[in-house]
Design a protein. Structure first.
Length: 379
């Protein structure tokens, strides 16, 4: 018989309802129709093509400054236009964003014994974009001396954004971590199992995030209390011209980048951190089809694997992978001499009922005894 420590009550999956916004505009809200994405992309391509033939990469040998500039600039000295620059490359990306639909359930507050509503699961649906692929023009300034990042890693980057007039849209800022996708804990502002506070991280646009796959991190970094960064090796850096459909689309940025306009992004990748998105004790890179563990994973590999019965809530974002009412985090716990410990996700001791780990086996559930979850070895 095994016992696992109980942090919270069962996450009941009964009485499910969906949070959604009302379509009622009686309060005076005006709905502004979005422009057709294909039409906008066609306009963007025309504007970008003109930009590529009228601008070049400016490099100041004394200061090390590198940026894009007009061939009409006083600094222009016969350098090749962007289309003829030897660093000029193109790549095509799909819009890989997912919309989020919060699902709330009735649960029992372990302290009051009263029923309460809580968002305990998020559904993720691929964004339906009429444009199948967007072309991005880019220039690798520095490849980077570290390693490539996984598509769901948290990345430590800094960026500077310009419009097609080469005007600064966002001023240089201190590097920061960016994460994707938004998790249930970040959505709620707290860990839905332990109740501990969780902050909501910043997120890169689809174009920026996917471009990071083309460069590497620095070898390592150290950050000071004041936000300063000490880099070992070189951070990967590229400059890209991103169509609005993979940037902010209809949303303006500051006063210099209007909605539906392409953005020039100068982005450097310093570091990355592998994630356990749902904080269940299993690194996200292992919450995929078992046959794909250890291979080069795509974003689709993560989002397409679900064992809960909810196809739009993948395992790496689900606090209860088998939907048995017991959070995965608790199903990995046990006590040894009064100390709470956790099994590794592939530990044979987790196969208490069948050859399937109990946190993936809906029929294998513990019961409560003297304030602790108790497992019976049924094999």
């Amino acid at each position: 018989m095994k016992r696992i420590f109980a942090g919270l009550s069962l996450l009941s999956l009964s009485l499910v309802f969906v949070n959604c916004k009302s379509d009622d505009n009686s309060g005076g809200t005006v709905t502004v129709p979005l422009r057709d994405r294909t039409e906008v992309y066609t306009e963007n391509k025309t504007d970008i093509e003109k930009f590529l033939t009228n601008n070049y990469i400016y490099e100041n040998k004394e200061t090390g400054e590198i940026r894009l500039d007009s061939i009409q600039s006083k600094d222009y000295d016969g350098e090749p236009i962007l289309k003829d620059d030897p660093r000029f490359k193109t790549i095509k990306f799909k819009n890989d964003l997912y919309s989020i639909n919060p699902i709330a359930t009735k649960t029992i507050d372990p302290y009051t014994g009263m029923w309460k509503d809580a968002v305990s699961r998020l559904e993720y649906n691929p964004f339906d974009d009429a444009v199948q692929e967007y072309e991005i023009n880019y220039f690798i300034i520095e490849e980077g001396t570290g390693s490539h990042v996984l598509p769901i890693d948290s990345t430590y980057v800094k960026s500077k954004v310009y419009n097609l007039n080469n005007e600064v849209v966002s001023n240089p800022y201190k590097p920061d971590y960016y994460s994707y996708p938004l998790t249930i804990h970040e959505y709620n502002g707290s860990n839905v199992v332990t109740g501990k506070s969780v902050s909501r991280p910043a997120q890169l646009t689809s174009g920026e995030r996917q471009l990071l796959s083309l460069i590497k991190t620095a070898t390592s970094i150290k950050t000071g209390a004041d936000g300063s960064v000490e880099v070992e090796g070189k951070a990967g850096r590229l400059i890209a011209i991103i169509p609005s459909g993979l940037y902010t689309f209809n949303n303006p940025v500051g006063g210099k980048l209007k909605g539906y306009q392409p953005a020039i992004v100068d982005i450097s990748l310093y570091y990355s951190i592998e994630r356990d998105h749902d904080l269940d004790g299993i690194p996200s890179k292992y919450e995929v089809d078992p046959s794909k563990i250890g291979t080069e994973l795509t974003l689709e590999d993560y989002f397409s694997y679900s064992t809960s019965g909810f196809s739009n809530t993948p395992n790496f974002l689900n606090v209860d992978d088998d939907n048995d009412g017991v959070p995965t985090y608790l199903e990995l716990q046990y006590k040894e001499n009064g100390v709470v410990k956790h099994y590794k996700y592939d530990d044979e001791k987790l196969k208490m009922c069948t050859d399937t780990p109990n946190y993936l086996d809906r029929t294998c559930r513990p019961y409560m005894e003297e304030g602790e979850w108790v497992w019976k070895n049924l094999k």
